[in-house]
Design a protein around this ligand. Structure first.
Ligand SMILES: NC(=O)c1ccc[n+]([C@@H]2O[C@H](COP(=O)([O-])OP(=O)(O)OC[C@H]3O[C@@H](n4cnc5c(N)ncnc54)[C@H](OP(=O)(O)O)[C@@H]3O)[C@@H](O)[C@H]2O)c1
Length: 319
């Protein structure tokens, strides 16, 4: 494993981190989930990313991690970075959503109970709340750090102007923003339009989620929709997302990766990590085999200027 410094902080994160959004809920096979978590840790993946609502059912990914920690992995707690978030709908009524101080603080207490932890390493505001003053959401993050319930704080899905304001407020409170977690992959490059530069200027690390576009940027769908795949099981990735135009690009990217002697997943992760302001790519996995495949990305020769140009041409339809 390669460990990268997260922005201008003292914290090193693995170049590949594991997210528990899918495959770790109450609907999933516990033995497989436990296997993936142990395998990841044994392979040097020290960072596990959660949110209050991961499951399904919401909350059950945190329970799964809590159980795996109780059953032995927790003896390595000081070797791990565990994050969670609040910001999306979690419970009924006006206090279980968005970014109020009430929600942010109550939700972290619930997450800690589900995971059986005294503290998380990183606590995130999962999305900006247009109706709550940003000072209120950020002061809630600062508060949980002062309570000892989180060591660092981060934001996710904030656009550049919102992120800048969040960085300023957190800086003024004395709890600098450690990290920003945006979506970033070959099919979704919005962060290149200002966010990456902003993070670099402020010394905030970037951990990019869905770097494989939920499995599209792999060989998973080259032969149709496999049984048990995310596209079959989850409503966040639907068959209509796999347009003919996208499939055409996937086939060409796959051929380019094969020419490099690697899988498309590996090339997609290398592409994501080509910018040093990206501290870590946050992958998901439904098997230890997938994780092993993805981690091989770190052993491959870097993408050359010519290869990056060919990827660009495929993505822009100018090949
Ligand atoms: N902050 C936010 O708003 C937000 C939003 C989304 C995600 N996230 C975080 O980012 C994490 C990762 O997101 P993601 O799961 O969408 O990431 P991803 O890595 O783009 O997609 C993971 C899926 O791709 C497939 N896959 C993974 N490795 C593969 C390989 N080597 N070969 C073939 N297929 C492979 C698997 O699909 P199958 O299940 O079909 O096998 C796996 O479930 C989440 O767990 C979460 O922690 C954050």
């Amino acid at each position: 494993m390669i460990y990268n410094r997260c922005g201008r902080s003292g914290l090193l994160l693995p170049a590949i981190s594991l997210g528990l959004w899918h495959n770790f809920g109450s609907v999933d096979d516990y033995a497989n989930a436990k296997d993936i978590l142990w395998h990841a840790f044994d392979s040097g993946i020290t960072h596990f990313d959660l949110a209050n609502n991961y499951g399904p059912e919401p909350g059950t990914a945190e329970q799964t991690l809590g159980r795996v920690l109780r059953e032995g992995l927790g003896t390595h707690r000081d070797e791990m970075i565990i994050s969670t978030k609040a910001g999306y709908t979690m419970w009924d009524g006006p206090y279980g959503d968005w970014g109020s101080r009430k929600y942010m603080i109550a939700s972290l207490d619930q997450s800690l109970r589900r995971m059986g932890l005294d503290y998380v390493d990183i606590y995130y505001s999962h999305r900006p709340d247009p109706n709550t003053p940003i000072e209120e959401t950020m002061s809630a993050l600062d508060h949980v750090v002062r309570q000892g319930k989180a060591l660092y704080v981060g934001i996710s899905n904030y656009r550049p102007a919102e992120a800048k304001r969040a960085f300023e407020v957190l800086h003024s409170l004395g709890t600098p923003c450690l990290i920003h977690q945006p979506r970033y992959n070959m099919f979704d490059r919005w962060i290149e339009d200002g966010l990456t530069d902003l993070a670099g200027e402020w010394g905030v690390g970037l951990i990019t989620f869905s770097p494989l576009a939920q499995g599209l940027l792999t060989n998973r769908y080259l032969g149709g929709i496999p049984h048990g795949s995310r596209m079959e099981r989850a409503h966040f990735l639907r068959p209509e997302h796999l347009t003919d135009e996208k499939m055409d690009k996937i086939v060409k990217l796959n051929a380019l990766a094969e020419g490099r002697g690697q899988t498309l997943a590996q090339m997609a992760l290398q592409w994501n990590l080509r910018d040093s302001r990206v501290t870590s790519v946050l992958v998901g996995a439904s098997s230890t085999r997938q994780l092993d495949d993805s981690m091989q990305a770190l052993l491959a020769p870097p993408l050359g200027a010519d290869e990056l140009g060919r990827i660009e041409a495929i993505l822009r339809n100018t090949d």
